[in-house]
Design a protein around this ligand. Structure first.
Ligand SMILES: Cc1cc2nc3c(=O)[nH]c(=O)nc-3n(C[C@H](O)[C@H](O)[C@H](O)COP(=O)(O)O)c2cc1C
Length: 191
């Protein structure tokens, strides 16, 4: 067995890199971490779906996405206010899971600030009369109403745990970060 070699990257620099990559993803539509899977607990079973990462604040530890306020994910976090975001970069073979308390904001000054940034074409998506998931006759026969802003939700996760994994050609690397007592506790983990 070979003696352990000093790792070329510190946990601190890896942590900074993770938040930088998340921030980069909000600015780059082609970024691999732009479209993570958001997992929530539902009323009767766990659920997962793709969302677009809209905003990141490393200091507040927040991840933000938009949704229709009538979706299952919004109902889910209202029942159990927690979510895990799963990011994957298929080229670098890096997975990141970010878990934390999650709140759905609807029809507040906070959501209106984001609403103002949306183009008309995006706003229209929140105006459907049927609720997301409702049965419709056909995709081109969906009626639209007049109050899309009231159906616009902003989901905010305040991250308290990060689980990072890279599958390398020769060995795999995993690191865990936990927000405890106002700072990040970090350690390497067996993949
Ligand atoms: C590329 C892509 C991006 C998506 N982005 C979002 C998003 O930002 N917010 C959202 O609510 N749904 C988004 N969706 C749709 C969700 O995956 C999901 O189908 C929908 O929100 C209903 O989910 P729910 O009923 O589990 O809440 C996206 C789907 C795809 C394929």
């Amino acid at each position: 067995m070979r003696p352990a070699e000093p790792h070329p990257q510190t946990l601190e620099s890896l942590h900074g890199e993770i938040w930088q990559r998340l921030a980069d993803a909000t600015a780059d539509p082609a970024h691999a971490w732009r479209t993570p899977t958001l997992a929530t607990a539902g009323p009767d079973h766990p659920d997962a779906r793709i969302v677009i990462l809209r905003a990141v604040d490393p200091h507040e530890r927040t991840l933000v996405c938009f949704s229709d306020s009538r979706t299952h994910k919004v109902a889910g976090v209202r029942i159990q206010p927690v979510a895990t975001w799963c990011f994957y970069d298929p080229v670098q073979r890096i997975q990141l899971r970010a878990t934390g308390e999650t709140r759905a904001h609807v029809n507040t000054a906070f959501t209106r600030a984001y609403w103002e940034t949306l183009p008309h074409s995006s706003r229209r998506l929140y105006a459907t009369v049927p609720r997301p998931g409702d049965r419709v006759l056909a995709p081109w026969e969906i009626p639209f109403g007049d109050h899309p802003a009231e159906q616009f939700a902003v989901l905010v996760t305040t991250v308290h745990a990060l689980d990072w994994l890279r599958l390398g050609p020769e060995h795999h690397e995993r690191a865990k970060f936990r927000w405890e007592d106002n700072s990040w506790e970090a350690h390497w983990a067996c993949p």
